[in-house]
Structures are given as structure tokens and as C-alpha cells.
Design a protein around this ligand. Structure first.
Ligand code: BES
Ligand code: MN
Ligand code: MN
Length: 486
């Protein structure tokens, strides 16, 4: 079943309409964290606006949908409603394969004052470079809209879809996909009535090329264990002139503890954590050597020459097959402008560890908690320590020799005229493992954007060509799956 030329032409001819729709989607801010941390109910309408917008789009393109209320959750001592999951279905031909598509409609918070050159929630299209800049352009609204583009082309042209499609879109991915695993668990108990009944494979477009040139397919992701440690002492903030060198200062304790977690070269200092991972064998090293990637690519993506090594393989292994501990911030510390002479009364340090096979969140959590308690005891501080685990996600790896990957390789070759690299990625998408294990099917990560798109960063962008060729790629992939004999 070759991809119809009509479809490819439609995508080229309608690029402007597609970009306009991406602009609409970016303009609906969906700031999960800002909404939750501030407890500001003024964000609540945005949550439901984005889900309602997407639901409306799917319906108008002929997809039957169901919005699933995921209930409430507690974060930072507040109970908040979870945004709904959107399930969709189109096609029920028993002769066709059924592909489940996942995406997330939430985005990271953004403010112009973070250092954006343009308004983050207004899509800015740079006609010269082709960059479309805006929060969510690449993570993950652009890719979701890629699927809408495919649907629109087929509907308008009156073309039959080559496969049956199921959709699962959520609005909590950036905060650990709360509630989604439970939904999948409940759904599959319904047997024939389950929304996921008959699914043959899963495709997720929520990842990126390694560089700015070579398309890739991703068959592995790291897991995540996220910690918050709170050290509290005085009942209120103090004047450092009045009380400095009289009391145990929470910030001093915090900096001591944080300094014992990770070495400047990235080595994880929590005993046992790095040891859980076996060393790479020659065969595996050869895979990294062959990938189209250089230290220069990293430097270009991050804008400075600060990689841990000048050796490509060692840098790549840091992202693809080693655990990583990052310290994210200290809540409650003085962080404003000026030179305030304060002793903060209570501070919370946040850090996380990206974990890889065969590490499990439970093992790593236990090692970290024990170690921090021991190190805190060594400080002989009268302050109190509280350790919280904010979320746990296991690492995931798929079989890249599966027909699902072979279909995606052929689709990439057809659209980009070159073979994709096969990569493992450093980020996490919690639902990947839920789908793989609970549905028992192969999961493919098929990217739209490039390695320098700046997901989560300022000036997040998606290149126009990646949006348009990426839309062709998603459609062509469906044709390649449809062409596989049952
Ligand atoms: N799209 C990313 C995941 C990703 C990052 C894939 C880098 C490939 C390369 C996703 O939206 C994300 O940011 N996930 C979070 C999940 C976490 C909150 C559990 C992440 O990785 O921090
Ligand atoms: Mn994402
Ligand atoms: Mn993200």
C-alpha cells in the first residue's frame, strides 16, 4: 500500500493552514506546574480549554472521542483536579492493523521574563530561518498536530485510512502522567469493550533527532526518581547579623548535603547507584560510534563548549546508557535581586536521578534515602530533615527489530531519503512502559523535531520543514504499517 501522492501533495499545499492551527494550540497555555504550585485557580480554565480544543479538533476530523476524568491528586499539600485524558477511535476494519497513538497536550511553564525573545504563548514564525518559536511547538503540541494534519488530509481528500487508529492524549505528562497508568489498567479489564482492544502497536511522537540533520527512531528511555529534601530549623527567617554563627542554618546543611550527591564529572556519589549498571561491551560501544553525532552537535544545541568529555562515545553514553543525577533548585532560599542578609528558616532541595536498565526506582530510592540520612547525621545539626519522593518512573527499552520499527524505517527512508539512526534517549515518558507491559505490544518513538529544538527551554521551536515533512512521515508510517500482512 504505497502512500498516495495526493496525501503528500495535500500536506505541502496546506502548510499555512497547518501552521495556523499550531499557532492556535500554542496560544492556549497549559502550565501544569504554575497552576499547581501557585494553586492559582485562574489557570483552571486553560486546562479545560486545551482539552476541549483538542477534543473538538478530533471530533471535527471524524474521530469518536471520550474524555476520561482522572480524578484529583495532591501536590504541595493541595488537592487539585487532574486534566482529562482524551481517548479517540476511528476505523474498525478487522482486516486492518490497529495503531494506538499517544501524545501530551500539557506543556512546561514559560514566561517571557525567563529569557524568551518572543512571547512564549504566541507562535512566532521566522520566515527566514523557518523556525516556529513557542512553548509546546516541539514538546508536544507540534507532533500531536501532525496527527491532526494526517486526519485532515484524509478527510478532505476522501481517502480511506490505511489502519484503524486509537488515540490517547493526556495533560499531565510533564508532571509524571499522574492517573494515566490507572486509566490503562482499568480500561484493559473491560476486554472487548476496552478502548485499547485489538491494538497491534503503539506510536509516540514525543522525542527528537539526535542532531539537526539525521532522522532517528528511539527504542529506549531513562526512568526517573525525583526527590525533595526539606531542612527546617528556626520558626521564622532570621537576620544574619542578629543570629549568624549562633544557630544551625538550614541552608548551610542543605548545601553540604547537596554537595555529597554528585561529583563535578557526573559520577553519582550515592553508594551503589552507579554500580547497578553493567559496563558497556565492545559491541554496544560500536553502536554509539556509528551514530551521526559529534561533541560539536552538543555544543551547538546548548550554546557553550561545556561537555563533560571531548569524546563522542563517552558523551553519548552519558545520555543513553548511564544514570544521571541533576540538582534542580532550592525552594525557600533567597533568590531575588540585591543582597538580602537573611537566614532562611526552611529550605527544600530538589534533585532527580535518571535511571537506566536494570535499575529500579525502588532500589535507587532506598539507596538515596539511607545515604542522605547518614550524611545528615554526620553534620550534627539540630535542624530537622524530611525526604520526599515526588515521582518514580521505570526505564523502558523496546525491540528495534520489530515490524513496527521496520515500518518506521521504511517511512523515514521514503520521506527523508535516508535511513534513521536508532537511539536510546535520556528523557522519560512514563506511559511508554505502561503501554508496553499492560497491552503487551511494541512501542515506537517516532520523532518530528530536531535535537536543538530546546524543549523545556527558552525559545522552544519546531522547524517548519520538520512540521511539514514530519506530518508526511507520520502518514507514511501508517501506510507502511497498513502494508504489513497480518
Ligand atoms: N518529550 C519529553 C521526553 C523526552 C525528553 C524524550 C528528551 C526524548 C528526549 C517529555 O515531555 C518530558 O519532558 N518528560 C519528562 C517526564 C517526567 C516529568 C516524568 C522528563 O523527561 O523530564
Ligand atoms: Mn514531551
Ligand atoms: Mn517535556
Amino acid at each position: 500500500m504505497a502512500t498516495p501522492n495526493q496525501f503528500l501533495k495535500f500536506v505541502d499545499d496546506n502548510a499555512e493552514t497547518f501552521i495556523k492551527r499550531l499557532g492556535e494550540a500554542v496560544a492556549i497555555p497549559r502550565q501544569v506546574r504554575a497552576f499547581i504550585v501557585s494553586g492559582d485557580s485562574s489557570y483552571r480554565p486553560d486546562v479545560f480549554r486545551m482539552s476541549a480544543w483538542l477534543d473538538g479538533q478530533l471530533k471535527s476530523l471524524g474521530v469518536a472521542t471520550k474524555l476520561v476524568d482522572l480524578g484529583k491528586h495532591v501536590m504541595d499539600d493541595q488537592e487539585l483536579p487532574l486534566p482529562p485524558a482524551i481517548l479517540g477511535r476511528i476505523g474498525d476494519d478487522p482486516k486492518k492493523k490497529t495503531v494506538l497513538i499517544y501524545g501530551h497536550y500539557d506543556v512546561q511553564p514559560a514566561q517571557k521574563s525567563d529569557g524568551w525573545d518572543t512571547e512564549p504563548f504566541t507562535l512566532a514564525v521566522d520566515e527566514k530561518t523557518g523556525q516556529m518559536i513557542g512553548r509546546g511547538s516541539t514538546d508536544d503540541k507540534g507532533p500531536i498536530l501532525g496527527w491532526l494534519n494526517v486526519l485532515e488530509a484524509h478527510k478532505t481528500l476522501g481517502l480511506e485510512l490505511p489502519v484503524n487508529l486509537r488515540f490517547c492524549f493526556e495533560g499531565m505528562e510533564e508532571s509524571g502522567s499522574e492517573g494515566l497508568d490507572d486509566l490503562i489498567k482499568t480500561e484493559i479489564t473491560k476486554g472487548k469493550e476496552s478502548w485499547f482492544d485489538g491494538v497491534d502497536c503503539v506510536c509516540i511522537s514525543d522525542n527528537y533527532w539526535l542532531n539537526t540533520r539525521t532522522p532517528c527512531l528511539t527504542y529506549g528511555l531513562r526512568g526517573l526518581v525525583y526527590f525533595k529534601i526539606t531542612i527546617s530549623g528556626p520558626a521564622r527567617d532570621l537576620h544574619s547579623g542578629g543570629f549568624g554563627r549562633m544557630v544551625h542554618e538550614p541552608m548551610t546543611d542543605m548545601v553540604n548535603i547537596l554537595s555529597k550527591l554528585v561529583a563535578p564529572d557526573g559520577t553519582i556519589l550515592v553508594p551503589g547507584v552507579d554500580d547497578l549498571v553493567p559496563a558497556a561491551q565492545d559491541e554496544e560501544i560500536a553502536i554509539y560510534e556509528k551514530l551521526d553525532y559529534s561533541v560539536q552537535d552538543v555544543e551547538d544545541a546548548i550554546g557553550a563548549p561545556v561537555t563533560l568529555s571531548q569524546d563522542k562515545v563517552s558523551v553519548l553514553m552519558g545520555r543513553m546508557r548511564l544514570p544521571a543525577l541533576s540538582i534542580h533548585g532550592i525552594e525557600g532560599a533567597f533568590s531575588g535581586p540585591g543582597a538580602k542578609t537573611v537566614i532562611p528558616a526552611s529550605v527544600s532541595g530538589k534533585f532527580s536521578i535518571r535511571i537506566v536498565p536494570p535499575q529500579t526506582p525502588e532500589e535507587v530510592d532506598a539507596l538515596v534515602q539511607t545515604y542522605i540520612e547518614q550524611e545528615f547525621a554526620k553534620l550534627h545539626s539540630k535542624n530537622t530533615l524530611k525526604i520526599e519522593n515526588l515521582h518514580n518512573g521505570r526505564p523502558w527499552a523496546a525491540d528495534p527489530k520489530h515490524w513496527n520499527y521496520e515500518a518506521a524505517i521504511r517511512a523515514t527512508e521514503a520521506v527523508y531519503k535516508r535511513s534513521p539512526d536508532l537511539t536510546r534517549e535520556g528523557g522519560s515518558i512514563p506511559v511508554t512502559l505502561s503501554f508496553a507491559e499492560r497491552l503487551g505490544v511494541n512501542v515506537l518513538l517516532l520523532p518530528m523535531g530536531r535535537g536543538d529544538d530546546g524543549a523545556h527551554s527558552t525559545n522552544e521551536k519546531l522547524d517548519r520543514s520538520n512540521f511539514i515533512e514530519g506530518t508526511k512521515l507520520l502518514g507514511t508510517y501508517l501506510y507502511e504499517v497498513g502494508a504489513i500482512k497480518a
